[in-house]
Design a protein. Structure first.
Length: 172
């Protein structure tokens, strides 16, 4: 059964460039601008220790924006956003972002209140709770996040990409 998401806002016109698919730089700016408007994201924060929560802020044919709430022990596992670019802003607490490297330990980054990040299509990372109950991030995708690839190790240690719908809860 497909989950139904109702956007919190009918328009982000004053925050979003007027035409076309947004670049990762533009998405990072939109995420930052949403972060600066707590009246947009605070009503969508969810405290749920059983599962990570994600609430749709806005969507149109070229982008979607989400509020993600993270509690201790919650994370995504390594994944990509297929053809979508992403902009991320941390608005509360702290999350850890790991970047996958071949033959080396992952690169660990911390995003705290006010920090932003961006990535283009094919950007592989994982995100997990670090500090705060909940930690809260804004994620903006263009084109809208319709597919993700989750990276898993099979029984022989071979990395496999598992395509999945973009609107599911990613797990480690």
């Amino acid at each position: 059964m497909k989950a139904m998401f109702v956007p919190a806002l009918a328009s982000l016109a004053e925050l979003v460039p007027e035409q076309g698919i947004l670049t990762s730089v533009e998405l990072e700016d939109v995420a930052r601008r949403i972060a600066e408007r707590p009246e947009i994201w605070e009503p969508l924060v969810r405290v749920d220790s059983a599962r990570r929560r994600f609430e749709l802020v806005y969507e149109d044919d070229r982008m979607d924006a989400w509020v993600l709430s993270w509690m201790p022990g919650q994370g995504t596992g390594f994944h990509d956003h297929y053809v979508s670019s992403v902009g991320i802003a941390c608005v509360q607490g702290c999350v850890r972002e790991d970047l996958m490297r071949f033959g080396e330990p992952e690169i660990e980054l911390r995003l705290s209140h006010g920090d932003t990040r961006r990535g283009g299509p094919g950007y592989i990372h994982r995100v997990q709770h670090a500090i705060g109950e909940p930690a809260v991030t804004i994620h903006v995708y263009s084109p809208p996040l319709d597919e993700v690839g989750q990276y898993r190790l099979d029984e022989k240690g071979v990395i496999r990409r598992e395509p999945a719908p973009g609107r599911i809860e990613l797990t480690p």
